[in-house]
Design a protein around this ligand. Structure first.
Ligand code: IVH
Length: 668
């Protein structure tokens, strides 16, 4: 089989296994086998950039290239639904439909209301060509590159099925609870702001300018609305069934109801059962099933008359507040935590809830022994939303006061101008801050020293072996191996892990330092701009502010960090142990052989880079820029308005025309 056919076959197979795994949840091959095929395809594609396809399964990992989103006008506006909050209102909707249809029999399609963000997907000839967010309902952002990374969205539909040549399907993009919780755990460890709920996390992720970030965050998608002028079916339910057969995830909860009672039964069932779903839902959507009846009922200005949303009540419980404790984080931020009598909430037992900050506690006039209302809406961390003042009796305990000194090191706390949080300013010797900084330093996205974990760090800290991150590189074998030698193996592993971390690239070293507000992305931009620790440490505020994505908060924080002599000394010690303090040669040059041996003709007008930049990019990746098309031309990089003569010539010679986006995908 020639390599082109092999690429085709691997792509088909991987699309199929992807569907089996992410849509049907029934993998047919092992992960190992899947990865093997994927690597094989990657290798083949790398050897043949001329067969690049943005819809190849390999493209699901996204790209690091930043770009702005193009605005796209929706062919038909993306409407929202009228909300109801009680069965009475649902009954009223049902009667309005009865009236509107003048006694014709009708059925209601009952579905979950997924709590994410709506998306419109366009397919042409079975291939995903565009994905657009709702935006203002009239126009949204083109987020196709990001959406391609979502594994449950088919990029290419199987051949020979009855989908229209062109169609649009709408649905909801979600971050499953599991991914959301993992993401927040990571962010908490890195002291980055937590996402309040999976919807915010999904929305923040989908609007990321870096599709590689989206690929890592594991989004999911449920489709609920097929739009097409030549709709294949005459009922909404049928359309969803069809979409399911074409490879879309439509949710197995969809049911048809013949009576209002059946609608109520559906609501009652899912009000409880939704807690076992892998994604967040905030209600039920009810739609008149027949498309003809939908058309006859029509729309109001804002929403269809044939559909309605029934919203679930946020779950709220009361319990008794027993104690308030205060936690100190890596940056010294103090979090007040309520410890309460255990209470059942959204399927889990809750004992602790955040109290946010001093103002929050003061506004509630909170006392120990108070009956408090605890809520867990979309949020993962339960919160106290109110105090039941009427339940107070003679046994009310003392008023909850915010502490004035750090519970760990006794240092008086500070509250910075304009900030709600209190901080322990003792960066030098407050134990949780020191331990937290080391934990951050070794974490996966930082130095990735996975032979060490929080317990070991705590132990080394207690024994006085490490007090700061540079101490890690001074650990001696005799300090950490057991008296009887059994632990020698793990000691070797730990020392090896630490030693290997000296190869971790500069941008991650920078992130690992734990400079406040410098997350992964900021660290990357700073590293790429200043290229070395030396230059970064000498950067002025103005220079820092010029970097893409660096605002005043980050810039001030970086400046203050490098000004501190303790930190300067820390950097010097890390340097002496061989950590990467500048971008590597490769990163500096960004040179690859992706286009080796290819002659490329540039034609037309470009929006992402200038013509000269494209010239440079071609050369940087081993290709050659040539002026005119001949049989030897590898491909034409074409922008808007490519000259008709060139186009004709390329067509005649069968030379591939590559768009800007495709080209950027090729060299990524
Ligand atoms: S149908 C014209 N079905 O809820 C009807 N919407 O306020 C279009 N949503 O913007 C929407 N689950 O983002 C529909 N099963 C479902 C849904 C659903 C969630 C969202 C959607 C829409 C909003 C309506």
């Amino acid at each position: 089989m020639d390599e082109k056919a092999q690429i085709e076959q691997l792509r088909n197979e991987l699309h199929k296994h992807n569907y089996q795994y992410y849509v049907l949840n029934q993998p047919q091959i092992s992960d190992l086998e899947f990865d093997r095929k994927m690597r094989l395809l990657q290798d083949l594609e790398q050897a043949h950039p001329e067969w690049y396809d943005p819809n190849s399964p390999t493209q699901r990992v996204g790209s690091d290239l930043n770009h702005e989103f193009r605005q796209v006008v929706h062919k038909r506006p993306m409407l929202s639904l009228a909300n109801t909050y009680s069965k009475e209102e649902v009954g009223e909707f049902y009667r309005r439909v009865e009236e509107g249809l003048q006694g014709q029999p009708f059925r209601i399609c009952c579905e979950m209301k997924f709590d994410g963000l709506s998306i419109s997907l366009h397919y042409e000839h079975g291939r995903l060509v565009r994905a657009v967010t709702r935006g203002d309902g009239t126009q949204g952002d083109d987020v196709t590159d990001n959406v391609r990374t979502i594994r449950s969205i088919p990029l290419i539909l199987p051949e020979g099925l009855d989908y229209p040549e062109e169609f649009e399907i709408r649905g909801e993009i979600l971050m499953p609870w599991e991914s959301f919780e993992a993401l927040n755990r990571e962010r908490e460890a890195a002291e980055e702001a937590l996402f309040a709920n999976p919807r915010n996390a999904a929305s923040g992720t989908l609007k990321s300018k870096n599709s590689a970030v989206v690929a890592q965050r594991k989004l999911d998608a449920y489709l609920y609305y097929l739009l097409d002028d030549n709709n294949p079916g005459e009922s909404h339910y049928e359309n969803l069934q069809k979409a399911g057969r074409w490879g879309f995830k439509t949710g197995s909860q969809v049911r048809l109801a013949d009576t209002l009672q059946q609608v109520f039964d559906y609501i009652d069932y899912w009000d409880v059962e939704r807690r076992n779903l892998p994604v967040a839902t905030d209600g039920i959507v009810l739609k008149v099933d027949s498309l003809a009846q939908q058309r006859s009922l029509g729309m109001t200005a804002k929403s269809p008359r044939w559909a309605i949303a029934y919203k679930f009540m946020a779950e709220k419980q009361t319990t008794v507040l027993r104690e308030v404790s205060f936690q100190v984080g890596r940056t010294g931020a103090i979090t007040p935590v309520a410890n309460m009598d255990p209470v059942q909430l959204s399927g889990t037992v809750v004992r602790r809830a955040t109290l946010n900050n001093e103002d929050f506690i003061r506004n509630l006039d909170l006392h120990i022994g108070d009956h408090v209302f605890v809520e867990k809406g979309g949020e993962i961390i339960p919160k106290i939303v109110d105090v039941d003042v009427e339940a107070r009796d003679g046994n009310l305990g003392p008023r909850v006061e915010f502490i004035t000194r750090c519970p760990e090191c006794g240092t008086p706390l500070v509250r910075y101008e304009g900030e709600a949080a209190h901080y322990c300013p003792n960066e030098i010797s407050c134990p949780p801050q020191l331990k937290g900084r080391i934990e951050h330093f070794i974490s996966r996205k930082a130095m990735n020293i996975d032979s060490l974990g929080p317990e070991t760090i705590a132990e080394y800290y207690r024994r006085g072996i490490v007090r700061d991150i540079a101490d890690l590189y001074e650990i001696r074998r005799d300090q950490i191996s057991g008296a009887h030698g059994q632990k020698d193996k793990s000691a070797s592993k730990i020392l090896q892990g630490i030693q290997e971390s000296t190869n971790v690239p500069f941008e991650r070293v920078l992130y690992a330092l734990g400079i406040r507000f410098v997350g992964e992305i900021a660290a990357k931009s700073l590293a790429r701009n200043f290229k070395s620790m030396e230059r970064l440490s000498q950067a002025s505020l103005e220079e820092l502010l010029q970097v893409n994505g660096i605002g005043a908060t980050i810039a001030q924080s970086v400046l203050a960090w490098f000004r501190n002599p303790q930190n300067q000394w820390l950097v010097e010690r890390l340097r002496s142990y061989g950590l990467q303090m500048e971008l590597s040669e490769e990163e500096l040059s960004g040179h690859t052989e992706r286009l080796a041996g290819q002659s490329v003709v540039i034609s037309g007008v470009f929006s992402r880079h200038s013509r000269d930049e494209y010239k440079a990019l071609i050369e940087k990746h081993g290709g050659r820029n040539i002026g005119s098309i001949s049989a030897k031309t590898g491909f034409v990089l074409a922008g808007e308005n490519m000259g008709p003569a060139k186009l004709e010539k390329a067509r005649k010679l069968g030379i591939r025309i590559v768009t800007e986006d495709e080209f950027l995908g090729m060299i990524e």
